[in-house]
Design a binder for this molecule. Sequence first.
Ligand code: NAD
Length: 462
Amino acid sequence: MKAHDGMYIDGTWRPAAGRDVIEVVNPADEQVIGQVPAGDARDVDTAVRAARAALPGWAATPPAERAARLAALRDLLVARAGEIAETVTAELGSPPKLSQTVHVGAPIAVAGSYAELAAAHAFEERVGNSTVYQEPIGVVGAITPWNYPLHQIVAKVAPALAAGCTVVLKPAEDTPLTAQAFAEAVHEAGVPAGVFNLVTGLGPVAGQALAEHPGVDLVSFTGSTAVGRKIAAIAGAAVKKVALELGGKSANVILPSADLARAVNVGVANVMSNSGQTCSAWTRMLVHRDQYDEAVALAAAAAAKYGDRIGPLVNAKQQARVRGYIEKGVAEGARLVAGGPEAPRERGYFVSPTVFADVTPGMTIAQEEIFGPVLSILAYQDEEDALRIANGTVYGLAGAVWAGDEAEAVAFARRMETGQVDINGGRFNPLAPFGGYKQSGVGRELGVHGLAEYLQTKSLQF
Ligand code: NAD
């Protein structure tokens, strides 16, 4: 696995200011596969200065030229798809097919969508006697998590570049090699020096320095609600814009008229995919009490089929955390019908696909984000009860509704306090806005709504 021993700043790979390094571990076999520099506030400062210096030129670059660079970037991600997918598998542990189709496939679609949006977007409009301009917000500090390492980067960098902003990226410490591969593609795509910069490092060191840097105009963060709260406080004190994509505890609501077997099977697959490390995963399945036993049996059978096909969790800490939640579920009286807290293999950070029945809305496993392959099945009495349970957490990122009639599902979805809902298994749309209600975040990513996060408006009156 290729690892750079420098930071990508101002168009070149240059040595870090300090000597600290981060070891990258393959979570499937616990072997060290490379190391990258652990940057500090000095590296962040150099990168922010480079981004500031590049800002006027990139902001003034015609949108069609910015679009051409993004199209070149998309093409390079396509050309390097195999190599990047192998890198994601090596540092995240995801099965190779998932790495190819989702971890690399989705960001290619998103990069392509921003190449098109940059070319087509109306950055200027007439409103009565005014002209309103949409101008880049400035230097973006982007901080990303490891769960979809390339997607989380592209979902920030592509719209930022389309808008005319410049970027300093601080990727997750568990998956820095994917970020380095992305920086290589940006370089080859002919994006001018300083427009995109990469500083690898620890969250509380490099991440915090980036959030605090006065030269950053917008902090765009994806990660846990706990860290998001800190970043929002830092940005608030500096009256700086902030975009937050945070945690979730999404409900998969199966109404009595739905195709129960399909809804349960797709629901289990949704939670087990990426070993449950998906912020929008439908980790709470809500089933009518009359169909409850049948749904539990279907879900247990579906989870058992996953067996060895599921990848590990990203690191030992995450594995311990998830096993702890499973133990807590048992202690609070939920009934295990698949999996359990035991580690299924001696090596690697694996957790068994786990399903809990008899979960009640107040239990810890029904309230807190677990971020592992753990599904909770809850019974509801009627639709009002289902809605109360679905909306009964601090989160509101995603969800699903299943019903025999689409209009019935839509009516229920409209009452859910959540940012996106899949109707009867609706597919991922790279143009649909993605983001949270309540404590799941502030702002939206993807499509034109994602572009808007990186723009500010100026009006001229005539
Ligand atoms: P995390 O919050 O620990 O880390 C996310 C990023 O923040 C990493 O790059 C990390 O280095 C950095 N960071 C950590 N402490 C920091 C600090 N004090 N200052 C600045 N930066 C800091 O989250 P994680 O464990 O990497 O990811 C899992 C979490 O991310 C889950 O809660 C999940 O729901 C959430 N997530 C949300 C979305 C979304 O779109 N809403 C998407 C993916 C993941």
